[in-house]
Design a protein around this ligand. Structure first.
Ligand code: SF4
Ligand code: MG
Length: 338
């Protein structure tokens, strides 16, 4: 079936601020390549986990999808419609269908408005319920996220971090979205609270048939929640697979290193590859060829000159690595082996 969300060759750069001296010297302006030719799709009703080290472009990608950033080139199709050109009412409609939830809901909640007033405002502005039905809907939203009806009368500061995140989710759900983009939804919360909020999201995803893009650096949470996982490195998607394949037979050397470096996986699922070594290159200075080559234990000459494209190596598993190119496979066989 056609994916609900389909990202093709998405590229985003940010200009780096130049000092007066550099400008006077006529130095060319530098850019950070935040996203390079990102390809990714999300099926209707699925949860796709998006992982990678901080600075790899996960948040930039999430923000480009909801148009908080404007991508330079490429395409984002949502339900068959090009998102990057939407304007006015069409864009507002898109923002209703695709809701972003942030790490810190407190900063986006009005401290002087009760939770009920906040939800009521959303329902009123978007004309989602006639006045007479608003209170009922507010009760319903609070119960969906596991908060008591009395919560409606209280102010944001009266709630704990986990409860505020529930309020943030209720506010997103008030718009009856089909798709949720959650960027580091629970990173700021205590571990015990994280599990509760993630389980709530899992429950809501099933109950409301939501499509979810779950951006996180915590592999354990991503594994628990996602149907498929995409791995990003230096602004590129380097591997996409079902959650089971990704954790049990990771193919990209970066994914293997990432899993080996994560202390949270059960024994037996640990990769044999050594943990991640070397420094993450600056996005100002992405290596030529394969972006991972400066840290890759398997790098060979082609990795320096040619960028590997994302390609399917088995059904539902795509990898951007020359090791899986059948031509290279043969060339790299030791002499005598067949
Ligand atoms: Fe390593 Fe080369 Fe594969 Fe990049 S393309 S991950 S450098 S083997
Ligand atoms: Mg981020």
């Amino acid at each position: 079936p056609e994916p609900l969300l389909n990202v093709q060759n998405l590229t985003k750069t940010f200009p780096v601020r130049q000092g007066l001296l550099e400008r006077w010297q006529g130095k060319p302006a530098k850019v950070v390549r935040a996203l390079t030719d990102v390809n990714l799709s999300v099926q209707r009703g699925e949860t796709l986990g998006l992982v990678g080290e901080s600075g790899c472009g996960k948040s930039t990608l999430a923000r480009c999808l909801v148009r908080l950033h404007q991508a330079d080139t490429g395409s984002v199709r949502y339900d068959g419609q090009e998102v990057l050109v939407l304007q006015g009412d069409a864009l507002r409609q898109y923002h209703r269908r695709v809701q972003m939830i942030f790490q810190d809901p407190f900063s986006s909640l009005n401290p002087r408005m009760t939770v009920g007033q906040t939800l009521q405002e959303v329902l009123t502005v978007h004309r989602l319920r006639p006045k007479a039905q608003q209170n009922e809907r507010i009760d319903e939203l609070l119960s969906l996220v596991g908060l008591p009806a009395e919560a409606a009368g209280r102010l944001p500061h009266e709630f704990s971090g986990g409860q505020r995140q529930r309020i943030g989710i209720a506010r997103a759900l008030a718009l009856e979205p089909e798709c949720i983009v959650a960027d580091e939804l629970v990173s700021a919360l205590d571990v015990s609270v994280q599990a509760q909020v993630v389980n709530l999201l899992l429950e809501l995803q099933e109950k409301l048939h939501l499509t979810v893009l779950f951006v996180a650096h915590d592999l354990r949470l991503v594994r628990h929640l996602s149907h498929r996982v995409a791995v990003m490195y230096l602004g590129r998607v380097v591997e996409v697979a079902t959650t089971q394949d990704l954790f049990e037979q990771p193919a990209h050397p970066y994914t293997q290193a990432l899993l080996a470096a994560a202390p949270l996986l059960e024994p037996g699922h640990r990769s044999e590859v050594s943990a991640l070594t070397g420094e993450l290159p600056s996005p100002l200075n992405v290596p030529s060829g394969c972006p991972f080559r400066t840290r890759c234990p398997h790098a060979f000459d082609r990795c320096v000159t040619e960028r590997p494209e994302l390609a399917e190596i088995r059904p539902l598993q795509q990898v951007a690595c020359h090791l899986y190119d059948p031509v290279d496979r043969e060339a790299r066989q030791p002499a005598g082996a067949s």
